[in-house]
Design a protein around this ligand. Structure first.
Ligand SMILES: Nc1nc2c(ncn2[C@@H]2O[C@H](COP(=O)(O)OP(=O)(O)O)[C@@H](O)[C@H]2O)c(=O)[nH]1
Ligand SMILES: [Mg+2]
Length: 329
């Protein structure tokens, strides 16, 4: 077997396809490090992807996302389903392997060869996270994982980018997740496909259930109304029901043709998100390393040059884009 220094594009791609754990671990580390070898390997693996079903799990910190994933993994492992978990937590100071909730429970799964768990740290930028998540999902998919959970913290744009690739989006709340409920109500947060209200052992769980129900009752179009499931992840309470709802959503997507449509839209959006992030980084670097472009910014600040004229000059210089619309009239 190839040792860690000996991986080549060919042995790594072949190792991943065989489901070799060391190959998987190596490939995902390379993805995280944006190593050139990772791009080659994922390019080779891509024709062998599309078999995994991706469930995005989102919600504020501490609601029990990792605990619920752990309980769901335990449930689906009952029938031998191969599972991958990618957890993205930009707020965490650790980078690898550590923080899937209370590690103790997930440790069970670390010993299970049918489960591959990877936690990705905060390194890089939001666009970088979306990119790393997408690549990691593709690696796990090509390795034959039938089900992949993508865990992310928070709400808003970064979130949408990271779990934007999921087939089914599960939002996890708990009694006290008032901010998220407000964000749902105000339309700032997208309506998920399935909602779990975890910590149902908490006395306020029913109140939270009613609040969320009343928001969803306002309607938001579409044929699918997101079900709300009460769970207690630590005891596995409500977990089979939650899994059943995820399954119903999947069946709905498949029978309506929506899965194919959604995947196409997701892939296009992810490509666009990553390209935009790359372009943004390129622009920042170009401007910070270029005295002439810096001078343009200074001129705007001094009110000697108007903002759009500066934009036009920057785009011409950095991207060779000649955009008449940005020309001040
Ligand atoms: N009482 C109670 N505690 C829970 C439940 N689910 C998770 N927890 C605890 O809540 C804390 C945060 O859980 P974790 O899964 O790490 O949340 P995450 O940050 O959303 O991934 C941990 O201490 C869990 O043991 C539950 O259903 N009831
Ligand atoms: Mg977690």
């Amino acid at each position: 077997m190839a040792g860690r220094r000996d991986w080549t594009r060919e042995t790594l791609a072949a190792g991943v396809r065989d489901g070799d754990r060391r190959a998987l671990a190596r490939a995902i580390t390379l993805v995280e490090n944006r190593d050139a070898l990772a791009y080659d390997v994922v390019a080779d693996l891509y024709p062998h992807t599309g078999g995994a079903y991706a469930v995005g799990v989102t919600g504020p910190p501490g609601v029990g996302k990792s605990s619920l994933i752990s309980a769901l993994v335990r449930l689906v492992r009952g029938d031998g389903t191969e599972v991958g978990v990618v957890s993205v937590d930009p707020s965490s100071p650790f980078s690898q392997g550590a923080l899937l909730g209370d590690r103790i429970r997930l440790t069970d799964h670390f010993l299970d060869p049918g489960v591959f768990i990877r936690s990705m740290g905060t390194r890089g930028h939001l666009g970088g996270l979306a990119e790393a998540t997408l690549q990691a999902l593709l690696v796990l998919d090509a390795a034959g994982k039938e089900l992949v959970f993508l865990e992310t913290v928070g709400t808003g744009q970064s979130e949408v980018e990271v779990i934007g690739i999921a087939d089914t989006v599960l939002l996890v709340l708990m009694p006290g997740s008032g901010d998220s409920v407000q964000a749902l109500k105000a339309g700032i947060m997208e309506i998920p496909d399935v909602i779990a209200i975890n910590k149902m052992d908490h006395p306020q769980a029913k109140t939270m259930l009613n609040e969320v129900r009343s928001i969803l009752a306002l309607g938001h179009g579409g044929d699918w109304s997101p079900p709300i499931v009460l769970t207690e992840a630590t005891r596995g309470e409500g977990v089979p029901e939650l899994w059943a709802k995820i399954g119903e959503h999947r069946a709905y997507l498949e029978s309506s043709g929506e899965l194919e449509r959604r995947r196409r839209a997701n892939l296009a959006r992810e490509v666009f998100a990553v390209a935009s992030a790359r372009a943004g980084q390129h622009l920042e670097q170009a401007v910070s390393g270029d005295a002439e472009l810096q001078r343009l910014l200074a001129e705007v600040q001094e009110r000697e040059l108007d903002p759009l004229s500066a934009v036009r000059e920057i785009l011409e210089k950095v991207f060779r884009i000649h955009d008449e619309r940005t020309r001040a009239s």
